[in-house]
Design a protein around this ligand. Structure first.
Ligand code: ATP
Ligand code: MG
Length: 263
């Protein structure tokens, strides 16, 4: 059972798109996946077409009211379950910050995943800021998956993330945290810039970067507005193909490192 935080402090880089579609692609090959929406915007929740009345989210568990388990909903995708987000999560930033154990609230709330459930993997879709919610996700996760947009300042953003991971590692919150993967998103093969950025990241992080690159496609941008994953919305397009490839590579790595069983 692995807990993966999908995080990048930069907004709009493809965190939610990757969380939803990687989760769906893993679910499609039979893995049992839990997606936890940690962003008050609730983009992962609506992208999956889940209508949430706001009564379920990680807010309660974070402030010590109720369990994560009681906030899990099934999704329209087989093998994929969701803890939806609600606007109340925005309030958690402030309330949790006041608590003594503010860094480890989520880690403790997710403790049950290690033993009690049949999930193979849990993804935390993080909000785009270095606030309490994101640091809680980093403290709770075994590893980080960083979506990185193919753009000029990508490497600068990445060095900031590396710094934050180092800080979390040095605090007692999560000494074992590692960047398990970097996935390049919104790749446009027609531009030199995209190719250059991928090349640079690859030369700095050869072990961590995924071979699979997610192309910029209109379909990936459209799918969430229909509440569908790319596998349902455009199953034969390049976006679906890319996320299936990413899922295959992700599984390979997990199996090799012992994070997930072969089947
Ligand atoms: P935030 O920081 O606000 O949570 P995010 O990092 O989760 O953003 P997304 O919401 O996944 O980013 O993507 C930002 C926007 O770009 C969305 O409108 C999404 O549909 C679109 N998008 C994401 N990936 C792609 C892609 N590969 N091709 C085209 N559009 C994309
Ligand atoms: Mg998002």
């Amino acid at each position: 059972m692995r807990i993966i935080a999908i995080a990048n402090q930069k907004g709009g880089v493809g965190k939610t798109t990757t969380a939803v579609n990687l989760a769906a692609a893993l679910a499609a090959v039979g893995r049992k996946i839990l997606l936890l929406d940690l962003d008050p915007q609730g983009n992962a929740t609506s992208a999956l077409g889940v209508e949430s009345d706001g009564s379920r989210s990680l807010y309660g568990p974070l402030i010590g009211q109720g369990s994560v388990k009681d906030n899990i909903l099934s999704s329209p995708v087989e093998n994929l379950w969701l803890v939806p987000a609600g606007l109340d999560l925005a309030g958690a930033e402030i309330e949790v910050a006041r608590m003594d154990d503010h860094l480890t609230r989520l880690r403790d709330a997710l403790g049950f995943l290690a033993t009690e459930t049949g999930f193979d993997c849990a993804f935390l879709d993080c909000p785009p800021s270095l606030g309490i919610l994101m640091t809680n996700a980093l403290a709770a996760a075994h590893e980080l998956l960083v979506p990185l947009q193919c753009e000029y300042f990508a490497l600068e953003g990445l060095s900031k993330i590396v710094q934050v991971v180092e800080q979390i590692r040095q605090s007692e919150a999560n000494p074992g945290l590692a960047i398990g993967g970097i996935v390049m998103t919104m790749y446009d093969g027609r531009t030199n810039l995209s190719q250059q950025v991928v090349g640079e990241v690859r030369s700095h992080f050869p072990e961590v970067i995924y071979e699979t690159v997610i192309p910029r496609t209109i379909r990936l941008g459209e799918a969430p507005s229909f509440g569908k994953t790319i596998l349902d919305y455009d199953p034969h397009g390049t976006g679906a193909l890319a996320y299936r490839e990413l899922a295959r590579e992700f599984l390979d790595r997990q199996i090799r490192s012992g994070g997930m069983p072969r089947d």
